[in-house]
Write a protein that binds this ligand. Structure first.
Ligand code: FAD
Ligand code: NAI
Length: 506
């Protein structure tokens, strides 16, 4: 009997799931007609199409403003699954969502310019744009004025000025980075398998070095080892004994933001997976074939170690983008801010009145994560929707108040209406400041295992292993921005499981 009900429930949930995805796909393909923007409304310029800006756009009532989005990337990128694109577990287009599709779902039309904001002038209230179009083969510059501006341009890769990093390493932030890494892995494998290579050269080519033991470095190292164990080893057996993954971290442990037991679990899983971890090892110099690092020995002595490499992935966190640095230099109140635009509790850039910042480029006291950026974007959407409602109600009150004199016979009814509006206005003006609610941290560590530090009934729950891996997959699937992305990601997971990953080097 229990089995029968379990089957029925599974069957019903499957139908509900399919109906939910089907409805989402139908909605995406058949959006309602859009209204044209009203030129009398304020111009709201949003920079970036990442987690912060797109979360804002998704919830913003665009009919209240003339919205203009500017970004060099005409798509949203679901970064949590980016490490899975480096080995072909997921195809890159499955985690990209065209910004035009997102904007088409809005009630009022939104303008999009594919360009980079090169500078912001807070005095003249203009954004300077640079469009380097391949089709035209030149660079076009222009200006866009704003009444309100949201800066959501994210961050750059930190290199700390270490010589050789920019020239010789691969980063892992954008789709192009993941594609470059995927090509490079196969280049190393095929070159190592080429006729008459010396053993030293084969060892170098098959040594994959990852610098930075934060979640990006750890997830990538796990994905790389999976690729090797599940696919490369079977298809290119002659080189398999020499493939090696090394993770280098300056601090005493990897994943410093996770709890101690999860750090230990990750380190022991990496040992089983044969990923070499070098902690207390700070990279000082990179050449085209080697990484030089300073190791701190247990007695405190320092020693220089050289790692020859075939692939080097640099994942040492974030630094400030030039456009943000330039804006900070124009605002005296930002003089002491180093890691991005200091914002107040309403995400207003300190020292300005009409500029807000979200995500990795904003310093609000939280970690630079998608979770924070998404919640900040949602907060700003609520704030801007409320601001527009407040202005509309204030205009209504002004109109009613002036009609009081014109229709003295009707004054009691009009006064009651004004009171109602004033109550609404008080509620709207009582907007609470931004407060981040941490849902937990998740990271994939390879071999179909994940670690999770999740918030559970006001407490913390640490979990690790294969069940956590299923939780990791379902959590990220539910967080995907569209039904299309969800279906494509499921398809990629199935494809990789059934046929193996694709080793072709495009
Ligand atoms: P981004 O998402 O980086 O978006 C910035 C946008 O601004 C982009 O569209 C960019 O093209 C645009 N832009 C850049 N320069 C300009 C310019 N000059 N003018 C206009 N537009 C510009 N966080 C988590 O919480 N969970 C995870 O699992 C997770 N996994 C991650 C995995 C990887 C590999 C990486 C790299 C990051 C991961 N993160 C994760 C962190 C998360 O991706 C970032 O915190 C998040 O993307 C920040 O959002 P954002 O909107 O500030 O910036
Ligand atoms: P990070 O800043 O979290 O970690 C970078 C690591 O590199 C640090 O541990 C640092 O000690 C190390 N490092 C710096 N310089 C070094 C050097 N010269 N030699 C050796 N090691 C060096 O950066 P990461 O992993 O790119 O993450 C950036 C942000 O994105 C973080 O806020 C992170 O939480 C978030 N993120 C979250 C993920 C998740 O939740 N699963 C996945 C990926 C990123």
């Amino acid at each position: 009997r229990v089995l029968k009900w379990t089957w029925r429930l599974t069957y019903l949930s499957a139908i509900a799931g399919i109906a939910y995805i089907g409805y989402g796909v139908y909605q995406d393909r058949h959006p309602d007609a859009q209204v044209e923007p009203d030129p009398s409304k304020k111009t709201l310029v949003i920079l970036g199409t990442g987690w912060g800006s797109v979360s804002l756009l998704k919830r913003l009532d665009t009919e209240n403003y003339n919205v203009i989005v500017i970004s060099p990337r005409n798509y949203f990128l679901f970064t949590p699954l980016l490490p899975s694109c480096t080995n072909g577990t997921i195809e890159h287009r499955s985690i990209m969502e065209p910004i035009r599709t997102i904007l088409r779902q809005k009630k009022a039309r939104v303008k999009f310019y594919e360009a980079e904001a090169s500078s912001i002038d807070p005095d003249r209230k203009v954004v300077r744009l640079t469009d380097t179009s391949e089709i035209r083969g030149d660079t076009t510059e222009t200006e866009v004025p704003y009444d309100m501006l949201v800066v959501g341009v994210g961050a750059e890769n930190a290199t700390f000025g270490i010589p050789g990093v920019r020239e010789h390493s691969c980063f892992l932030k954008e789709i192009g980075d993941a594609q470059k890494i995927r090509k490079r892995i196969m280049d190393c494998v095929e070159t190592a398998a080429f006729k008459d290579q010396s053993l030293d050269e084969i060892d170098r080519l098959l040594h994959m070095v990852v610098v930075g033991g934060g979640p990006t470095g750890v997830e990538f190292a796990g994905e790389l080892q999976d690729f090797f164990e599940e696919d490369i080893k079977k298809l290119v057996p002659d080189i398999s004994a020499r493939f090696k993954v090394t993770l280098i971290e300056a601090l005493p442990s990897v994943l410093p933001m996770f709890s101690k037991q999860l750090i230990e679990y990750t380190e022991s899983t990496f040992k089983e997976e044969k990923i070499n971890i070098h902690t207390k090892t700070m990279v000082k110099k990179v050449t085209d074939k080697t990484v030089e690092a300073e190791v701190t020995r247990p007695d405190g002595a320092k020693e220089t170690v050289v790692f020859p490499y075939g692939l080097l992935v640099w994942a040492t966190g974030n630094s400030v983008r030039p456009v943000v640095q330039d804006l900070m230099s124009r605002i005296p109140a930002q003089a002491n801010s180093r890691r991005g635009l200091a914002v107040n509790e309403y995400l207003v850039v300190q020292g300005t009145r009409d500029i807000w910042a979200v995500g990795d480029c904003a310093v609000a006291g939280y970690a630079p994560t998608a979770q924070v950026a998404g919640q900040e974007g949602n907060f700003l959407a609520r704030l801007f929707n409320n601001m527009a409602k407040t202005e509309a109600i204030e205009a209504k009150i002004r109109e009613l108040s002036s009609s009081l004199n014109l229709q003295p016979g009707n004054s009691a009814a009009v006064s009651r209406e004004i009171e109602q509006y004033e109550r609404q206005l008080r509620r709207l003006k009582d907007a609470k400041p931004f407060k981040y609610s941490h849902q937990g941290s998740l990271a994939y560590i390879g071999s179909e295992k994940a670690v999770a530090d999740v918030t559970w009934f006001n407490g913390n729950l640490a979990a690790a292993g294969s069940l956590t891996f299923l939780f990791w997959r379902s959590a990220y699937l539910s967080m995907c921005f569209s039904s299309r992305n969800r279906l494509l990601v499921i398809n990629d997971w199935l494809k990789a499981k059934v046929f193996g990953r694709d080793l072709s080097r495009e």
